[in-house]
Design a protein around this ligand. Structure first.
Ligand SMILES: Cc1ncc(COP(=O)(O)O)c(C=O)c1O
Length: 369
């Protein structure tokens, strides 16, 4: 079986975890948490890093730190994972959807402005599958309308927009370190920012909003979103290898592109001239003229021991949100189309060229001329 993604964990991670256990620093206090926050935020180009228990909690912490409440609106792409929407709903605010664009599958920046109302507080672009969003127009709109920009950068460790790291461009960036991410802590996340007030608010809220003046006095309704020292110990070791892993992801994409480029009916992932795509997941679209459908191709590959995944189901098509009176009857044609046609192939950093060749050959063989 070739899985869609397996983490690449080595002896350094083991050594750091053993260190936590041997020294009893297994909870959220301990030197690895500080080291990981400092190292990762510096890598992204931000002054502050606040680690969390997941990407989802990092997003919620971001929304809470901005003080979002009922009646506020957040503009977000429909083509994303539910975490992005959940994070908004936890605060009582309302998500307002925008379609994605056809090439990079990221939020269509030309459709943002028409969704802005007097209640809009935040634009939340989501960098999809490794390719950064077109950030300049988003920042410009945010400045014009006095809005915050929170980047959901869960999938794009190391991706760049015009030479700047994705996740470090808006007011806040949120990352996930789930096991399939480019670097992992098992479960985990981080909020990064250059704004000292937001950093202070986030670090307080994530730790039950303990007052700094008096123990067991609380300044707010806080959360326990603390990453453990054991998770951070893994993160510190992973961070040493982040550039290597990004290069491996990019090499996977280069090889897949070479093997698949002449095959009719498959659309390969793009890399815009202003972008560094980290190809978190090597994602393709199966067009009608491929000969077999996306689902048939996935079944054929599965029968050969090759695991794949469909693209996200857009948020406006999720019954759970309709039940809440959200997005009913809304249509976003690009997201609908790519959701039906899109799939991703095995994308682990440690994938061998031989495996990529086998996967590509099986795709060729599934293809009816
Ligand atoms: C775009 C995006 N945002 C948020 C998340 C949530 O991260 P986590 O699974 O760590 O909660 C993910 C997870 O895969 C994601 O892909």
């Amino acid at each position: 079986m070739i899985p869609v993604c397996i983490p690449k964990i080595g002896d350094e991670e083991l050594k750091n975890v053993l260190d936590c256990i041997k020294t009893n620093w297994i909870s959220s206090k301990g030197e690895y948490v500080d080291k990981f926050e400092e190292g990762f935020s510096r890598y992204i180009g931000c002054d502050y890093g606040i680690s969390t228990t997941s990407g989802t909690t990092a997003l919620h912490l971001a929304m809470a730190s901005l003080g979002l409440k009922k009646g506020d609106e957040v503009i977000v792409p429909t083509f994303t994972i539910a975490s992005t929407i959940f994070a908004i709903l936890y605060t009582g605010a309302t998500p307002v959807l925008v379609d994605c664009e056809d090439e990079t599958w990221n939020i269509d920046v030309n459709q943002i402005e028409e969704k802005i109302t007097a209640n809009t507080k935040v634009i939340m672009p989501v960098h999809i599958y490794g390719h950064p969003c077109d950030m300049d127009p988003i920042i410009e709109i945010a400045e014009d309308f006095d809005l915050f920009v929170v980047e959901d950068a869960a999938e794009v460790h190391g991706a760049e927009y015009k030479g700047r790291k994705a996740g470090g461009i808006g007011h806040i960036g949120c990352f996930s370190f789930y096991a399939n991410k480019i670097i992992t802590t098992g479960e985990g996340g981080m909020l990064v920012t250059n704004n000292p007030e937001l950093a202070d608010k986030a670090s307080k809220l994530k730790d039950l909003a303990f007052s700094r003046e008096r123990r067991f006095l609380h300044d707010d309704v806080g959360f326990n979103y603390r990453m453990t020292n054991i998770q951070a110990a893994i993160g510190v070791a992973q961070l040493e290898k982040i550039e290597e892993y990004v290069a491996m992801r990019r090499r996977n994409a280069f090889l897949y592109n070479e093997y698949l480029k002449d095959l009719k009916g498959i659309r390969l992932p793009v890399e815009k001239s202003w972008a560094k795509n980290v190809y978190w997941m090597y994602s393709i679209l199966i067009e009608d003229d491929f000969g077999v459908s996306r689902d048939e191709l996935m079944e054929k590959l599965s029968a050969k021991g090759i695991e794949t995944r469909t693209f996200f189901i857009p948020m406006h098509e999720q019954p759970v949100f309709h039940d809440q009176g959200l997005f009913k009857g809304e249509q976003y044609p690009v997201a609908e189309e790519i959701s039906k046609k899109g799939m991703y192939l095995p994308s682990s950093s440690g994938l061998s060229e031989h495996e990529i060749e086998i996967i590509s050959r099986n795709i060729y063989e599934s293809h009816k001329i």
